[in-house]
Write a protein that binds this ligand. Structure first.
Ligand SMILES: *Cc1c(COP(=O)(O)O)cnc(C)c1O
Length: 347
């Protein structure tokens, strides 16, 4: 078989949720963000694993994403939608019992007209300028919206992965200002906000990337491992080249393995120069360009060629691959290939 195998440890996801949950007070509800198919790891399986240990609120980006989550967790969990109540979403919101985070006057009007008695939340913009009502829009809508009983009011931090960034206290102050005097559950912090401490916890936290083992939750249990089959090996002489555009030339007699994964599987081409494959605790550098479906690896140092080489391990994490590719762990996770044979572990 020439497809790589991706192991996803749902037990580690559960432990990460519990660790993040333990960082906030007993009265704070820890939800789980499972947008983009659970950061690429399967929103249904992830939601179910977290439901089993007590998570009762899940966030998705788009209403369509909620179907798999509802199916997995059953009727009593809350499923909230960051993009709010979009045109055309009313039937889905009603049928799946979703809670749209209303982002604008248009969405507020749409929701109250279409589903006047249906639960909703509100998203406020405290400076990120992405989603939510601006302070002046909120000022004019606030009394009417609050009278309808929002089940939560949230905002999102732009710089929470940099705890010392001045944007954090600035957004915190704006959020406090906009929600002052209200008796409504509040939510501001995602993974980074949880790590910044109780000021940022309010009533509901919304961890995403930390559940899946990514930065800024540096103490997270690793969740994904990726093993890639070796298709063939060959010996190359000094002066021979490997791969497209001849970017690598052998400086010594070398043994090269061609492995069955490439940029079509989310192994971003730009990570090649800095990335290694693991054979147990030995490392083998990538040589030449990463192709669509194949990668050359220098295995000269191995006394025996294994059937597979590992790209993602507890040592070479999604964050290390991200750094090698000039991106963030979130993008590595959500790019994980659809060709991989996926295996779900509960440890
Ligand atoms: C993605 C997202 C989260 C989760 O953020 P992480 O950094 O992955 O923990 C929380 N809230 C909103 C609004 C988001 O878009």
């Amino acid at each position: 078989m020439s497809t790589a195998s991706l192991k996803i440890d749902l037990g580690a996801v559960q432990r990460n949720w519990q660790a993040l949950d333990a960082m906030s007070g007993a009265g704070v509800e820890t939800s789980a963000v499972v947008k983009a198919d659970g950061y690429g790891l399967d929103s249904g399986r992830v939601s179910r694993a977290l439901y089993d240990i007590g998570a009762r609120r899940f966030f998705v980006a788009a209403a369509e994403e909620a179907a798999a989550v509802r199916q997995a967790v059953g009727p009593d969990a809350r499923i909230c939608v960051f993009s709010g109540h979009m045109a055309g979403d009313t039937d889905l919101i009603r049928a799946l019992q979703l809670i749209p985070m209303l982002n604008s006057h248009d969405q507020i009007n749409r929701h109250f007209n279409a589903l006047p008695d249906h639960p909703f939340g509100v998203q406020l913009d405290t400076g990120m300028n992405r989603l939510g009502l601006e302070p002046d829009e909120w000022a004019s809508a606030r009394a009417g919206v609050v009278a309808k009983g929002p089940e939560m009011i949230m905002s999102h931090l732009a710089c929470a992965d940099e705890p010392d960034h001045a944007m954090n206290p600035s957004q915190l102050a704006a959020f406090r200002q906009m929600t002052g005097g209200l008796d409504v559950p509040l939510s501001l912090g995602a993974t980074g906000g949880i790590l910044m401490g109780p000021d940022y916890h309010f009533n509901i936290t919304r961890p995403g990337v930390g559940l899946y083992g990514g930065f800024p939750f540096t103490d997270a249990a690793p969740v994904v491992t990726l093993s890639i089959p070796v298709i063939q090996t060959r010996d190359v002489a000094i002066g021979e080249t490997v791969g497209y555009s001849n970017t690598w030339t052998a400086r010594r007699p070398s043994r090269i393995a061609t492995i069955a994964g490439g940029y079509a599987d989310g192994i971003i081409r730009a990570m090649g120069a800095k990335t290694v494959l693991h054979a147990g605790d030995q490392t083998c550098p990538i040589v030449g360009r990463i192709s669509m479906d194949m990668i050359g690896v220098d295995v000269t140092g191995l006394s025996e060629i294994p059937d597979t080489l590992d790209l993602l391990t507890p040592v070479q994490t999604v964050d290390i691959l991200a750094e090698n590719a000039g991106t963030i762990g979130y993008e590595i996770l959500t790019s994980l290939g659809h060709r991989y044979k996926r295996e779900y572990l509960s440890t």
